[in-house]
Each structure stands twice: as C-alpha cells, then as structure tokens.
Design a protein around this ligand. Structure first.
Ligand SMILES: Nc1ncnc2c1ncn2[C@@H]1O[C@H](COP(=O)(O)OP(=O)(O)OP(=O)(O)O)[C@@H](O)[C@H]1O
Ligand SMILES: [Mg+2]
Length: 723
C-alpha cells in the first residue's frame, strides 16, 4: 500500500532558529505570561514546530494542556476546553469555589444541569482561569492550541478570558494559525505586545529540503533536481514530499522530469484517489466526527455499507493514525480534500449517516442540520433543544449558532416556533456581546412578529440601545405598552423598564410614576419574580425623592424577593437596594453592615460577580464610617477585582474614590487628594454621585489641612448641584 504520509513528525529538520525561539519561549514561561503564535501557509510545518514546543515543555516538566480543534462545523460547545482540561483531575476542580466548580463541571460535561440552574457564560471562563491558576502554582503551564482558527466559539471565549486576566502566573500560550484564516481573538488585545512573539514560517532552505527528502524518503537528489523541487514546492515541506511521492518510486533522471503539479491539494486528492473506497469513507468519518473512536468509525463504515477493513487500510496508508484511542487525520488537508470533493448530495448523505453514529445530542443535531435539504420540523426541534442545553452549559455562542440553523430549518407556516427561536437567538447574541446583530433581530421581531405580545417584548428589549435618547425610549415604550394590552406581567415589565430608563436619564418624576405603575401591575400578577424588582425600583426612586415610604416599599420588596424561586441578578433586587440605601443614609451603620454582609454572602453563593462589583464601594464606605479601615480596604479590593473580572468598567472611578476615602481616613492626606482628583477626572462623564462624593472628600481633606479656600473651590459647585 502506498503511504499517503510516511513522515514521522518526531524529528524536526532545519528550522534551527525557529526551534531556538520555541525553546527560549518555553524556558521563559516560569518568568510569567507569554505567548507564541506560529503562522504560515498550509503544510509549511506549523504543527511540526508546535509539537516540538509541546515536547520541550514536557521535557522541562511544565504542565502541558493541549488541544487540536478540527475544521468541520460540527465542533461542539467547549470541545477545545474539554480537551485542554482532559487530564486535569477532579482534585484541581475541587479546589475551586463551589459555583466555579459547578460551572466548569457542567461546561466540561462532567456534570448535568437543567435550564433552571443554567451556568452563566462568564462562570465557566472564571472557573477555567481558576483551574489554570491552581495548576500554575505547582508547575509552569503551557496552553498549546494547534489550529487556533478552528477553536469553537465558547472555548475561544474561555481561553481569551483566562489569558487576558493572567498577571504574573507562569503560563505560556503556544498557538498555530494557518495563513488567511482568521484567529478567533487577537493576541495583542489580550496581552501587552512585549509578551507576544510571532513566528512566520518561511520556505525551507535548500539544505533543509535536501535533508528532508533524504530522511523521509531515503533519496539523495542531485542539486538541479532539488533546486527545481524547491521552486515548484515553494519550499513547502509537505508539498515537496507529496511531489516526490506522486512519482511512485520512479525518480527523475533530470530536473526537467520533475512534475509541476497544480497545487498541493490536487496532489493530495490524486493520492487519496488511490485508496480503496472504504478507506476514504473512514477518512471522512474521522474528519466529520467529533470523537472518532475506532468503534465510531466502524459504525460509520457499516452505515455506509463499506467494508470494515477501511479503517485498517487508511491507517496502513498513514492517512489516519491512532492516538489516545481516537482516530486522527495524519494531516487536516487529507480530510478537507476528500470532503470538499463530495457533491452536496453525497455530503448530505454522509451527515445523515454520521448523525446515526454520534451519541452526543448536540453533534447529532448538527449532523442532521448538515444533512437537511429543506425545512424540517424534527431537525429544527433537535437543534433548538441542543441550543437550550448549550445555553445551560454557559455557551450562548454555541446556542446562537444552533438556533441560527434551527431558524433556517423551521418551516414557513410554523410561525410560533420561528418567533420563539428568533427571540432566543437575539437573547444569546446579546449575551455574547453581538449587540448589533441582537438589535437587528429585535427590530425585525418588533415589526414582523404576529402576536402583539411578541412585538411588545421586542420593543421593550430595544430600549436598552437608546439609553442616551430618552424621548426615543419613551416612544418605544409607549408602543410596547399598547401592544402588551391584556398581558399584565408584560406590562409590568414595560413599566419597570420605563422607570429604569427615567432613572438613568435623571427624570425622577417620570421614573417614580412608572415605578409605581409597575408595582401596581406586578401585584396583580401574584408573581414574586415580577413584583420584587418592581418594588426595588420603586423604593430606590422613592428614596431618591426623599419619600419616607421607601422603607415600606423596600421591606415589601424583600418579602417578595424571598419568594422568588429562581436566581435573578441581585442588582435588580430589593435586598441589594436596601443595603445601598442604608449606606447612603449613613446614620445606621450597624443596619447597613448587616445588609451588606447579607447581600455579599448571597452574591458569593450565587457567583454573581456584577453584584459583588457593585457592592464593593458602598460596603467600603460603610466600613470607613464605622472606623474599620482594614475591612474597608478588603472590601474595596475584593469589589475592584470583581469589577475587573466582570468587566464592569463604569465603576472604575467609584473604586478610585473608595481608595482615596480610605487614604483620607488613614490620614494619608496627599494620597487622598491625588486619588480623589484622579477619580473626579475619570468621572467627567460618569455618574454624578461619584463626582459629588469626590468633591466632598476633596473639600473635607483640604479643610482638615487648614486650607479653607481650597476646600471652598471643591465644594462650591456642589451648592448649585444640590439646590
Ligand atoms: N521542519 C520539518 N521537519 C520535518 N518534517 C516537516 C517539517 N516541516 C514540515 N514537515 C512535514 O510536512 C508535513 C506538513 O507539516 P505540518 O503538518 O506541520 O504543516 P502545517 O503548517 O501544520 O499545516 P496545516 O496548515 O495544514 O496545519 C508534515 O507531514 C510534517 O511531518
Ligand atoms: Mg497543522
């Protein structure tokens, strides 16, 4: 049998300077985060060098996490992270805080979950970072990703999240990316430029090509032939080897006899054509299945009514290889070449067969989608339920992909299913930060949905995009309210959205009227999940308006909150608002501390990072007032860390203020002044209250330094603001 690929990857030929770069990179990992990206055209030798990097790291006893994502669209949610963390044992996961551990186990399919206990997208990323940090405490870690361009979206998000947040941990990132294909994230957006190295692989030299041909094929070519081979192959090792192999053992006598093939792909295709049909089928199955075990390939061959010897033949021809009990392609090009050659009919048939072979519901759904030629209710249902499960695992990005397929496969006359799927899709897009695409979907739904309640919901969702234009928000909400006629819970939600929009626009009177309307409607629903946030908002507005009834509203809200059955974001709920209000009152520190401790414990339990980020500053202020500077500092540090992790950037100024306040209380006047000025500067466009507090602090410190004039300069503008 002619071997498709008789090269053994263990020895790297030539590439001395590249290998030196790789060795330096690996040796530098103990010194802190760094990344190396190997780039170049197909077959130029990226994986070969990547493997050398992996071996070098293993030789240095680094902890090596690898994954080699595959090309085909049937990539599964978190598939790459599952591979990266495959050998990480449960003890590491057990060392993580309980919510993180839960999230990671769910994402990695080590534990089941239900939509009611869905993992938040960020949680899995936070947990993966936690696991990497834990590993990095006992040995330097290398995260090695071959073909990063094929990373599944949820995995790409997790890797980017973790890499961006590394500080001084000994963690290296080694990746390859094929030219002309887009990597899923830009390294320079994750790490400072000086930590990033790039290796663009150029053609092999004549000397290296000579050695390659001698070692791999046992041939010693005369120089003119070699020169011509170098030119024809462009110095691409894979191409060069394929050209020689295409001669089938008959070496040219002169350089002129060396063939000039069209492309590497054509050569590979020609050689694959010499394989028996069953072997080609085995290659296709290995290319298209996410877990190509020998048993799965065997089933695929049976489903295709091909001889089971196909796998052996493909292995013998070195088109496939067996690694860690999985059947891998010897080179990605082998799979894609065969797959690209299929007619669309053959492709549909292949996926239809593989859907029957795969055991994973998400993969089955993807194969069925690739097998479908027309709208198909059953397949669309499968896709929708796979999307639901991906979303529960913290992968709204995968869910969005599946829903997009589901929408195209939903039949024209099944309006309800289509609308439901489009809503879910818009929500997923929104959650993963694809704002414009989400907005576009909601806009369409607001116009096209056949049920008026759906149009109302879409209109209400559009409000968040027009925050700066309160008139436009009111226009959308007026229309939404009218469309929601007869649906009290929805009308309550619309009123609540209206109250929030008014609050953010500083239109407190309007906010108050709508918050009260939201409460009145929510009461009729007898649904605590609707009532609790409405009461929280009504209490916040009443507090701001100086109305004593805010206490009654908040206590009713807390009672309702305790009845809510599923987790809602704490920032919308009464207990959070109660703590914040008590901090601002400032006259019952014990109560404020009790309430903060309560919400903080809840937020920690639920892994609600946004809530922890929001709590940090007011909690710190309360502890300052109570004279517990150490605790104040701890709370501010904790909150600031959560704000960074959860990317709640609008709190940056508030945290600067908090640290300046601690300085002031600790008697570090200069630091306090500098800090508060910096905070004030960063709040130029920010929330008025932080600017207000900064000025008050600056005035207070200047006064304490005996400089009343300077104090007046800070405080005077407040007079106009407050009166
Ligand atoms: N420096 C080298 N020494 C020995 N063999 C090499 C070298 N570079 C490439 N090869 C051989 O050439 C073939 C292609 O190399 P490799 O798979 O590393 O390419 P690649 O750049 O990763 O391609 P792709 O973009 O398809 O992933 C392999 O069979 C490999 O063994
Ligand atoms: Mg490669």
């Amino acid at each position: 049998m002619v071997s498709i690929l008789d090269v053994r990857p263990s020895r790297v030929i030539g590439r001395e300077s590249e290998l030196a770069t790789i060795r330096d990179f690996v040796a530098g990992i103990p010194g802190g985060p760094r990344s190396l990206l190997i780039e170049g055209e197909v077959g130029i030798g990226k994986t070969t060098l990547w493997r050398a990097g992996v071996r070098a790291a293993q030789d240095q006893s680094h902890r090596v996490l690898t994954c080699r994502p595959a090309e085909l669209e049937s990539r599964l949610a978190f598939g790459a992270v599952i591979d990266l963390l495959a050998d990480v044992d449960d003890a590491v996961l057990a060392s993580l805080p309980a919510p993180q551990r839960h999230a990671l186990e769910v994402a990695l399919l080590r534990r089941e979950t239900s939509p009611a206990a869905a993992v938040q997208p960020r949680e899995a990323a936070v947990a993966a970072l936690g696991a990497i940090r834990t590993l990095a405490r006992s040995a330097p870690v290398l995260i090695a990703i071959d073909d990063v361009q094929w990373l599944d979206a949820p995995s790409a998000r997790v890797v980017a999240y973790a890499v961006r947040r590394l500080e001084h941990e000994p963690v290296g990132l080694l990746m390859t990316c094929r030219d002309e294909l887009k990597p899923p994230f830009q390294l320079e957006q994750l790490r400072p430029e000086h930590e990033i190295a790039r290796l663009e692989l150029l053609p092999l030299t004549l000397g290296a090509l000579h050695r390659l041909v001698r070692e791999r094929l046992g041939l010693s070519l005369p120089r003119p032939t070699l020169t011509r081979l170098l030119r024809t192959s462009g110095g691409n090792p894979f191409f060069a080897l394929e050209i020689l192999r295409s001669l089938g053992g008959e070496m040219p006598n002169t350089a002129a006899e060396l063939p000039i093939p069209g492309s590497l792909r054509e050569l590979v295709a020609e050689r694959l054509a010499t394989l028996p049909q069953a072997a080609r089928e085995a290659v296709l199955a290995s290319f298209a299945l996410s877990r190509p075990t020998p048993a799965a390939i065997d089933s695929a061959l049976q489903a295709a009514r091909r001889s089971r010897s196909g796998l052996t033949a493909a292995l013998e021809a070195d088109a496939l290889e067996l690694r860690h009990e999985l059947v891998h392609l010897r080179h990605p090009l082998i799979g894609s070449t065969l797959y690209d050659e299929l007619t669309s009919k053959q492709r549909h048939a292949l996926h239809a067969r593989l859907a029957g072979v795969s055991e994973d519901p998400e993969e089955q759904a993807r194969h069925r989608a690739l097998a479908a030629t027309a709208p198909d209710a059953k397949v669309a249902d499968l896709l929708e339920s796979a999307a639901r499960s991906a979303r529960s695992r913290g992968a709204p990005d995968a869910s969005a992909e599946l829903l997009e397929l589901a929408v195209t496969l939903t039949s024209e006359d099944d309006d309800d299913s289509r609308i439901r799927r489009e809503f879910a899709l818009a929500q997923d897009l929104y959650v993963v930060g694809e704002m414009e695409r989400a907005r576009e979907r909601w806009r369409e739904l607001a116009q096209r949905a056949s049920h008026s309640a759906d149009r109302a919901r879409a209109l209400c969702n559009l409000v968040q995009f027009v925050e700066a234009d309160f008139d436009e928000a009111e226009r959308l909400l007026t229309q939404a309210f009218a469309e929601a006629e007869g649906d009290i819970a929805l009308q309550a939600t619309i009123e609540l959205t209206w109250a929030r929009a008014g609050w953010w626009a500083g239109r407190l009177r309007i906010a108050e009227a709508h918050a009260n309307a939201a409460v009145a409607l929510a009461e009729q629903t007898h649904d605590a999940a609707v009532l609790a946030p409405a009461l929280a908002q009504a209490a916040a507005v009443a507090f701001q308006r100086g109305r004593p009834e805010w206490t009654e509203l908040i206590e009713r809200g807390v009672a309702a909150e305790l009845e809510v059955e599923h987790e809602l974001p704490l920032e919308t709920l009464p207990r959070m608002h109660r703590a914040l209000a008590y901090e601002r009152l400032g006259d019952d520190l014990d109560a404020a501390r009790t309430y903060f401790d309560e919400v903080r414990a809840l937020a920690l339990e639920q892994g609600d990072q946004r809530a922890l980020a929001i709590l940090g500053v007011p909690h710190c202020v309360t502890e300052c007032l109570a004279g517990n500077l150490e605790l104040a500092d701890a709370r501010a540090q904790e909150g600031a860390a959560y704000a960074a992790e959860a990317e709640v950037f609008h709190l940056e100024g508030a945290y600067k203020y908090a640290f300046a306040l601690i300085d002031a209380y600790a008697g570090r006047a200069d630091e306090a002044l500098a800090g508060a000025e910096e905070a004030l500067a960063s709040e130029a466009k920010g929330l008025a209250t932080v600017a207000l507090r900064c000025r008050a602090l600056l005035g207070f410190v200047e006064l304490s330094l005996g400089r009343p004039e300077a104090a007046l300069a800070w405080l005077e503008p407040l007079w106009t603001l407050l009166t």
